[in-house]
Structure formats: C-alpha cells, structure tokens
Design a binder for this molecule. Structure first.
Ligand code: LMR
Length: 396
C-alpha cells in the first residue's frame, strides 16, 4: 500500500534551513525561517520566559492533564492581549493549540462543520501553509491580489475589487499585522472598508495574527483586528506565541471564535474543546503555562514587554540600515520600501535566478520568493548582504 505515496513536496521555508545547515561556508547568512535573531545570530530565550520557567519548575506539583480546551489562565490572558476590551469576554470561545498553526487547523476544522463548501480567500502571496492546509483539507480556495510589486505597497484597489467576488458563508483569511511574506500592511481605512464589506456580504473574517508586537507595538498591531471584532457578529482569530514570546519549539497558540452572544459562545467553546479531543486530545501545556504566568504577573509582564519592544526596535534599526546601505550600494531608491515595511519580513522583488545567485555565490539564504527575515541581518550582517544584493542586481 505504501507504494502509493509520492515523494513529499519540500516546504519552501523549511527546506532552505536544511540547505543552510550543510553549507560549510563560514560567511553564510540564514534569512529563511522566521525566527528572531540577535546581533550574534542567536535566537535567545527571553529573560522573562527563563524566569517564568524557573518558577514553574519550582512550583509545579503535577503533570496531570489540564482542561481539554487548555488552562483558563492562558486563554483569558491571551484573549485580553489580542482583543483588549473590543468585545465582551463572554462572546469569545478560546482554545489552547499547538502553535498558531494548530489554531489555524482547528479553525479550518470548524469551517468543515459550518460550511465545508465555502471558499477560503487567501492573499497572494501568503505564508505557504495557509494555502497548503486549506487545500490539504479539501477546501476550495481563491487568492486575492495583495502586493503591488511596483510600489511594494498593498494593492488596495485590486484587492477590494476582487473581494466583490466573495459569497455569503465564505471565509476571508487576513494577516492581522506584519504581513508574511511581504511586510506590506493594510492601512486602517482599508481595514474599516473590509470590515463593512464582510458584514454586507455575510463573509466570515478569519484573522491570523502571528507577529503581534513586532510591527508598531502590541496595541497598535492589534488595532485593526480589534476594530473588526467590535463590529462583526462572528469572527475567527488564530494567534501565535512563537514569535512574541520566542517559544517557537514549545508550540503555543490560541484559536478564538467571537460569537453573536454568550449562549452561542458556550456552544462554540464545547465544539472547540471536542476538536482538540478528536485531533490530538490535550494541547501541550508547558509554553502556555509560561505565557499565562508572564501575562498575569505584573513584574514579569513588564519585563516581557520591554524585551519585546527591544526586539521590535532592533528590527526597525536593521530595516533603516539595510535600506540606506542598499541605496548606496545600488545607487537607487529601489529598496527604500524596506524601511517602511513592518514586521519580520520584506520581499525584495528579486527573480529566481537572483535568489539562487545570492545563495550559491554569496551564501545568502533567502526564501525563493525573495522574502528575507529582517532579524537575520542584525549585527551588521546587512553590510555583506547589501553588497551581495548589489552584485546580483547589477549583474542582471
Ligand atoms: C515563517 O514564515 O518563516 C514562520 O512562520 C515559520 C514557519 O513555520 O514557516
């Protein structure tokens, strides 16, 4: 039977990491997978996380199962962090999940129950797993134009025009902030227009927010999502703690369903918990316990917010240094947009040959669509990178 299996398609982001590992060149730079890196190129464990883990180790008295939907402390704190007071807490069902990806999966599972015939609308481009997971689960998908490769801004007109094709009951997947892979973000007026349109068309919004605090700050990054949540009757949210708590391998995320009223939210809550049981039973606890502790402890929360802000500012510094250096090295303002983008990524707009040349000739590992992880260029690594980019651009 197993001979029916076809060789697996490589994930464009993860396969790049494998190539990087085996490259013997000492000057190589990994700008692939989205993990934060400091000046030394290390992905550090945040001090607030270390402290919470130490406390957990000392205080935890049992490894018995917790609630099927996850611990209330984690879920309440995360609902607050993401939604603030935009919506009555009683209207929100929450589910602890293995990472933000686990939350996306559980939301798609919920759509399988609610409307398996729906079309899932996904930005073009998007994080590859959005489309991958939706098609793997048998959903119809449509991509909507998002990025204007000339201006390197969101192509608002084309996007809004394409949304006219959405049907009642469809699912519209939006990146809450720090769009992956482009780094170009929807402005607030457009968010308001999208909100109105989803209400008018009876479309369910689904916001994936994996980088809260990496763009313009914790509250500003959540502002579009909160606006939408305050207006619509129903909505899905997937949030990740991988990046803003640096808990990548511990797999911490949350799925949320905003329901019309608390009675519907209670039914949704039960359904979400059942989905955990049906898919993998209990979500991992360790990282969620750490997040719950940090967010509910005044001192730890303060320390975490300072650390997060330092990471955000470090990425902004890299953005402006890289834009300046590229302006000088390429003698053009073609890459100025990097300074205006937000979050962990920008898409440079290089073609496949240029991306290959960056890797093979210069040891610069950039995802195939020319997405770079900005944090990978800290510690003055933007200098060799800019000169490599200038070389491949000028060679064209
Ligand atoms: C990325 O886009 O690099 C991150 O979201 C990590 C991942 O799982 O792909």
């Amino acid at each position: 039977m197993f001979e029916k299996l076809q060789p697996a398609k490589l994930d464009p982001i993860l396969s790049l990491s494998q190539l990087f590992q085996v490259d013997p060149r000492s000057e190589k730079v990994d700008l692939g997978i989205g993990v934060y890196k400091d000046d030394e190129g290390i992905t550090p464990i945040m001090a607030s996380v270390k402290k919470a883990e130490a406390r957990l180790l000392a205080e935890q008295s049992s490894k018995a199962y917790v609630a099927l939907a996850g611990t209330e402390l984690f879920r309440d704190q995360m609902r607050n962090l993401v939604l603030g007071d935009a919506v009555l807490a009683g209207r929100v069902a929450t589910l602890q999940t293995p990472g933000g990806t686990g939350a996306i999966r559980q939301i798609f599972e919920t759509m399988k129950i609610l409307n398996p015939e729906c079309t899932i609308w996904i930005s073009d481009p998007s994080w590859p797993s959005h489309l991958g997971m939706a098609t793997h689960m048998g959903f119809k998908t449509r991509s909507y134009p998002y990025f204007d490769s000339e201006t390197r801004l969101v192509d608002v007109d084309s996007m809004m025009a394409s949304f006219q094709g959405m049907k009642s009951g469809d699912l519209l997947l939006l990146h809450g902030c720090c769009h992956n892979p482009t780094g170009a973000n929807i402005d607030m007026d457009t968010w308001k227009a999208i909100t109105d349109l989803t209400i008018e068309k009876g479309v369910l919004p689904f916001i994936d927010i994996a980088y809260q605090g990496f763009g313009d700050g914790l509250d500003t990054d959540a502002a579009p999502l909160r606006h939408m949540a305050s207006r619509v009757e129903e909505m899905f949210i997937a949030a990740s703690c991988s990046k803003n708590f640096g808990l990548y391998r511990d797999r911490v995320g949350i799925a949320m369903m905003i329901a019309k009223d608390p009675t519907m939210a209670e039914v949704a809550q039960g359904n979400l918990a059942t989905l955990n049981r049906m898919n993998y039973s209990f979500a991992p606890d360790h990282g969620a316990a750490v997040v719950g502790m940090i967010l509910s402890d005044t001192e730890l929360r303060r320390e975490w917010m300072v650390e997060l802000e330092e990471m955000r500012m470090a990425m902004l510094t890299v953005r402006s240094k890289l834009a300046d250096e590229l302006r000088m090295q390429c003698n053009s303002d073609n890459f100025d947009f990097i300074a205006h983008h937000r979050g962990m990524f920008s898409r440079l707009g290089l073609n496949a040959d240029q991306v290959l040349a960056l890797r093979e000739k210069h040891g610069m590992y950039v995802v195939g669509d020319s997405r770079i992880n900005i944090a990978g260029l800290a510690g003055d690594r933007h200098l060799p990178f800019a000169s490599a980019v200038a070389k491949v651009v000028n060679a064209a």
